[in-house]
Ligand binder design. Sequence first.
Ligand code: AP5
Length: 213
Amino acid sequence: MTAIVLLGPPGAGKGTVAEVLVEKGFAHVSTGDLLREQIRLETPLGLEAKKSMDQGRFVSDEIVVSMIRDLLQGSECNARFLFDGFPRTLVQAEKLDELIRSFEGSLDAVLLLECPDQTIIDRLSGRRTCISCGAVYHVEYKPSSAGGRCAVDGGELVQRPDDQPETIMKRLEVYAEQTEPLIEYYQVRNLIHSIDAAQSIPKVRNAVFEQLG
Ligand code: AP5
């Protein structure tokens, strides 16, 4: 098993980059998507997670790590994982290392998407998500070709509850406090590949391909 981590602030474009890497054979694992699925199914885990997510705070390390452990245990040994939004705390990073070791796998790279706060606010305020398939659009930068509906399945396009202005600010604060220390954690192991994520979507995509060789 091999893995790549996508690191970066909320709205930097991690999910958008993941879309192109999936085409290259990576198995996309977004803890945000996994948690939103639990919320949709109204499981006890989902109801617990929703309280934190709606306020822009992190879900507990225990919940998130156990989701990842379950997923890895059921995976094939030659899988190539792309972790999006995980790890987000030092505890999660250490647990990921332990898990990878236990599967005799390797963490090959950490792509750091760098983006200024004002760009992030602009992106998250204009993001729209399909209520049925989860496809992600932006009213200006990535509009749906089907107008106000999803171009994939015609679903309704909605704004995520945590994309409200106060919640965006809280998420940025939590990222700076709890996730930024991971940059140093991975830098000392020479795993960080920095990408200027403030560029257009095609330019970011090319930069990612260049970094991954
Ligand atoms: P999660 O869903 O992971 O949210 P996030 O990290 O805040 O990231 P986003 O999904 O908001 O943004 P993104 O970087 O993927 O950007 P996107 O590609 O959509 O997590 C949500 C919550 O779940 C967390 O707050 C937390 O509560 C909980 N959680 C999740 N993981 C957890 C963990 N490990 N531990 C604890 N709690 C956890 O792009 C954004 C918009 O910009 C889109 O509209 C897109 O079309 C547009 N866009 C993208 N790139 C560009 C570009 N280059 N130019 C112009 N527009 C662009």
